[in-house]
Design a binder for this molecule. Sequence first.
Ligand SMILES: *Cc1c(COP(=O)(O)O)cnc(C)c1O
Length: 330
Amino acid sequence: MSLWRYRDRLPVEPLVTLGEGDTPLIPAPRLSARTGAEVWLKFEGANPTGSFKDRGMTVAVSAAIREGAEAIICASTGNTAASAAAYAARAGLRGAVIVPEGKIATGKLAQALMHGARVVALRGNFDEALRLVRQLVDRHPISLVNSVNEFRIEGQKTAAFEVCDGLVDPPDALCIPVGNAGNITSWHKGFGEYGVAPQLHGFQAEGAAPLVHGAPVAQPETVASAIRIGNPARWEEAMGAITSSRGLIRAVSDAEILDAYRVLASEEGVFCEPASAASVAGLLKYGAEGRVVCVLTGHGLKDPTTALDQARSVIPCEPDLGSVEEAVMG
Ligand SMILES: *Cc1c(COP(=O)(O)O)cnc(C)c1O
């Protein structure tokens, strides 16, 4: 099973696929007890490259192949780069990714490099990278696979179909991290096509919250590198989705994000990356009622550095029974 079971709702044939979608929808009893809501986690970290970006990429790269493209390119905070690199490799296309230098998580960099993409580290931020690749594709026959590409939205909307098909009744609310705002746009489209209208609650990191402040942020900063974006490309659509669903756009601090990140891993057994935990941080801070789905956008293994910074340390031990006993039981 993959998201291609919704093929009749998608604009292309699956010319390149790695089995994306059909991710777990996990009940969250501890978070439910804490919030009084019925909380579910849509674990998008279970996609082939470990983030929801694969949903959009399988469709966007299939469309690029159909159009005869030989190369694809993207600007990325990391996960789009990892995903684009994998699908380019699979499809036999050249792939180039532009990332902010020193600002992407280790696992994502490893993926992009291993899949053989040309990885360009820009001495600038994501917003500058996206502006430059948009200019570049005007001059060269390269397909742009950022979420400004409509095919990305088409693929990503299938997450909303899966949630509705996976629950007896549709959710009352969705909590989702917002960066460039392609994903909240996609979920809104998916729910609309399904004929349901949950409240869409979008959460940004305090240091990168242009939609909350109503103005672009020149130097976005947050531990949640996947949403370190100061000028979202789908600004209007995101605000339209939030307003028309009677949802909210709110900020959460890095401390709140990291707290939710630890709670998810240690109490629910679900390891996501920091940006993903913004959805749960927002739920814990602002609350929501009824059946609530939190989107966990990427896998925790993407960013081992932040995990090890946050976790307790390992226990050193001599190789004898007494020491092991003390280390284990003590
Ligand atoms: C891309 C990404 C986001 C943000 O999604 P947008 O479509 O840019 O709003 C959030 N979390 C993770 C892990 C991501 O990779």
